[in-house]
Design a protein around this ligand. Structure first.
Ligand SMILES: Cc1ncc(COP(=O)(O)O)c(C=O)c1O
Length: 291
């Protein structure tokens, strides 16, 4: 919808890389901007790259890089993209609902997520927003297929419908959670809940003597990526925690054995976080870790 020939994909981890693969599979010419794992995408670097390749039509950014638990400074990155007059496509799969995103104020042309992450609804429903500029570009975009053609969606949305059969149970679920959030105090209440749970997990992990994988100050509010201690396999931590009844997440990609991740999405009670931290301490000792 937004690119005829060429785009730039910012890569901070596996999901940024996936975006580039998707764009390539769709026949686009893809430039990439990569940073070392655990490092954020910073505005100056993006500014420099865009000056070098002025012919890209759009830029993709993963807001929250789930694979390494890192939150990019989206508002500042968006400023840079807009100063170069490019469309900005944002993968907000694991951030939408868990932290503030201002699509209009920040100038995000496409911003998408899904039901199963921060909203805590079963998988199956994608949600997103499309700017007037992105819709305009879609009018002349070639080979955009039909299923995700923004113009087709716009036509049906005007009639309060969808172009194809929808996942009604997930829509009902999303409606329920959004109603609950509204009742409890609105989105600020939900963001505070995420921040508080995340603080509890991160401080608990650090109290055990562990460190976080992402650069300090850029830790994700929705998934904590923890460095496995030296001589302890991150995958073994995941497997042993599973035996204890806690579903954490394995490290992802090239840091699979060096890290493990603790998700903070959906319905979680504070007491469950405390029990998880107790179990984690025991599991690490069982696995031979000496503080
Ligand atoms: C940032 C990000 N993008 C994309 C995806 C892919 O989403 P799905 O598994 O729904 O295809 C994920 C899944 O974890 C993700 O975290």
């Amino acid at each position: 919808n937004c690119v005829n020939k060429k785009m730039l994909c910012c890569i901070c981890g596996s999901f940024g890389k996936r975006y580039a693969e998707v764009a390539t599979a769709n026949g686009k010419q893809v430039e990439t901007l990569k940073v070392p794992l655990g490092e954020p995408m910073l505005p100056d670097l993006l500014d420099q790259k865009l000056s070098e390749i002025p012919d890209v039509e759009a830029v993709s950014i993963t807001h929250n890089e789930t694979s390494v638990g890192l939150l990019n400074p989206l508002a500042k990155l968006a400023e840079v993209v807009k100063s170069h007059g490019k469309l900005l496509l944002v993968d907000a799969v694991s951030s939408m609902g868990g932290t503030e995103i201002k699509v209009d104020r920040w100038g995000l042309d496409v911003c998408f997520s899904s039901s199963q992450k921060c909203f805590g609804v079963p998988p199956g429903l994608g949600v997103g927003s499309v700017s007037a500029d992105a819709l305009k570009k879609s009018e002349t975009a070639e080979n955009k297929g039909w299923y995700f053609d923004f113009k087709v969606w716009e036509k049906h949305q005007k009639k309060k419908g969808t172009p194809m059969t929808s996942v009604i149970p997930q829509i009902a679920g999303l409606n329920t959670i959004l109603g609950m959030i509204e009742e409890k105090g609105g989105k600020e209440w939900f963001f505070d809940l995420y921040a508080e749970r995340n603080r509890r997990i991160r401080e608990g992990v650090q109290k055990l003597g562990l460190t976080m994988f992402p650069k300090s100050g850029y830790e994700s509010p929705t998934v904590n990526c923890v460095n496995a201690p030296a001589d302890v396999d991150g995958v073994a931590v995941y497997e042993r925690m599973r035996e204890e009844g806690f579903e954490l997440a394995k490290g992802y990609g090239s840091v699979q054995n060096a890290t493990f991740r603790i998700g903070n999405m959906g319905y979680i009670e504070s007491e469950t976080i405390d029990s998880m931290l107790d179990a984690l301490g025991k599991v690490l000792v069982d696995l031979g870790w000496k503080v």
